[in-house]
Design a protein around this ligand. Sequence first.
Ligand code: C2E
Ligand code: MG
Ligand code: MG
Ligand code: MG
Length: 282
Amino acid sequence: RSKDQGGGVFHAYAPDLHVVAEERRVLEIALREALDKDQLHLTYQPVVNTIDGALTGFEALLRWTHPEYGAISPAKFVPMAEEARLIAPIGEWVLRNACHEAARWDGSVRVAVNVSAEQLHSPNFVTMVTQTLAQSGLAPERLELEVTESVFMREGTGAVQVLDKLLNLGVRLSLDDFGTGYSSLGYLSRTRFSSIKVDRSFVQSASRNVPEAVAIIRAVVALADSLGMTTTAEGVETEDEYQMVQHLGCSRIQGYYFGRPLPVEEARALIAGHMTNKSAVA
Ligand code: C2E
Ligand code: MG
Ligand code: MG
Ligand code: MG
């Protein structure tokens, strides 16, 4: 199906394997060009603590704007980049940009960067992180790498060892989308995560008083606490959700309620304003 027919290549078709394969091929070729042609950029979503709403950092979130097809969601193109073996160069680009940007920020503000399983298992990953930290001048403890439970799913790939090497560099690790994959508590005892990120689906259900969701968040908070980790609630959109996760003991929140992913200039402005407010209070 051609674009001339007005279908576009990113619409949800009825399952038609031929069209799906064609769409993927087109998207893959476009993705290869995206890096060279400056079509990628990062947005920065604020993370705040639930005690006083203070800004603790930002999560860097990748955006792809194709000149013809428009904005394409990372939920769609990151998995594709993984399969097309493009995630290592793209991930390297993300890390470089995020570290160089964060190095300009006030020293108390951290940056979180998502690392996909495929990228974590790529051969030079730890070396690349080491070099990027050195080149950007960012203190390692200001970098937080987010991985999901999927990094532990591949057999014999030594995710735990790679994560240990990263911890030895001094970076922080967080476990993203917790509760949505095949969670095994074993990973939590073997890797020193700083923070567990509670997936948005639990946050939403808990604020609607679904008892199981409330119980799960409570249990995750208690578990994290006893392991010396903190809990970040993801996708907090409303005052009710904020009240609920604060009440359940999550230490940090991230979500539209506090701030959407921001263009880099707005993130810098937020930091500047935040620092001014802090000194005004002090
Ligand atoms: P994630 O790491 O769990 O990131 C959080 C996602 O939730 C982001 O979606 C963010 O925009 C969205 N979000 C934040 N607050 C709210 C809220 O209050 N309500 C709702 N409905 N959504 C909220 P985004 O930016 O579309 O990214 C989707 C996923 O793509 C990310 O999930 C992450 O897994 C992946 N991703 C994004 N950037 C990168 C990257 O640089 N590298 C890798 N490997 N993956 C990335
Ligand atoms: Mg994340
Ligand atoms: Mg997440
Ligand atoms: Mg997610």
